[in-house]
Design a binder for this molecule. Sequence first.
Ligand code: FNR
Length: 358
Amino acid sequence: MPPINLMDYQPLAKQLIDRSAWDYIQGGSDDEITLQANQAAYTKLKLRPRVLVDVSQCTLETSVLGQTIAMPIGIAPMGCQGLVHAEGECAMARAAEAAQTVMIASAMANYSLEAIAQAANGPLWFQLYVYRERQITEALVRRVEAAGYQALVLTVDVPFLGRRERDLRNGFALPQHLHFANFAPTDAAGQHQQTLGASGIATHAAGRFDAALTWEAIDWLRSLTRLPIVLKGILSAEDAQLAVQHGVDGLIVSNHGGRQLDTVAATIECLPAIVDAVGSTCEVYLDGGIRRGTDVLKALALGAKMVFVGRPLLWGLAVDGQQGAHHVLELLRSEYSLALGLIGCPHSHQLNRHYISS
Ligand code: FNR
């Protein structure tokens, strides 16, 4: 029986992926409280449909950062997609193009940002960190512009990597045949050996990412580029307001899929206060725990402009490369479309808080 929903992909992918890579993908930090909370929070929210509304033509199309996309569901940035499929991020980018939606390519990809941009013509955003050596970040930004990416997504919740105990137990490091393709293996930013008491990825982050980063870095990035800037990893209204003051174009309400500070609230619980804080001054997106069309619907009803999905796309990629990842997006698209019809709201942009029970 082929998979008929996102969760059906999980056991299929697990069979195909090496155990320590599986743990790296699936895991969260510490006790994985936030990892579980992200999904559980959706089950606590109850929907409030309206009836006798003409829903014969539901439209999913939306626009983000001035660009029209076919649905408000995109691909979250995830490093090391070569762990699950040889074509990694290139196949993922083709899946995004086929679904006519945004993929955010990770700085920690196993294919270079140029290779990913050449693989597909869909909307592509690029996720990066600010490295201690600012020239590393600046050089990346120049390459991102030259390759034609449409936005920069700066991840701000990783001054240090969260303590991912599954990776510690497995001594997780990238296999020999994979590397961080955006950097030369000899560059500081390209190295990822495992050291005692830390996974290879944690060692990489500790050595390279700038834990001294403050809002000044946003002004610096703003002065470097005309690309729209999106901050990923905002969980409080205060930070959302500061982000607006520093001229960002968008925010992703994210707790890094429960992989950073454990016991922070589920993202869907953080969303309303952030939407209220920024009003229409910048676009607000969300990721974390989206597994059903009704999850997408709840996030949009609470004010998100679009959502991004992480792990399920890696499951799809593992099972059937580009087709598998595309199928995951199509399953979510059709579930979301049905949910819009059943709640009596024909257009995504008409969703609002009245569709959620208080
Ligand atoms: C991630 N995430 C992530 N985020 C980021 O900003 N840069 C990155 O390189 C990565 N890498 C990464 C790898 C893997 C294997 C996972 C699972 C996640 C976090 C990701 O963008 C997103 O915030 C969460 O995955 C969303 O939660 P769900 O949909 O996986 O529950």
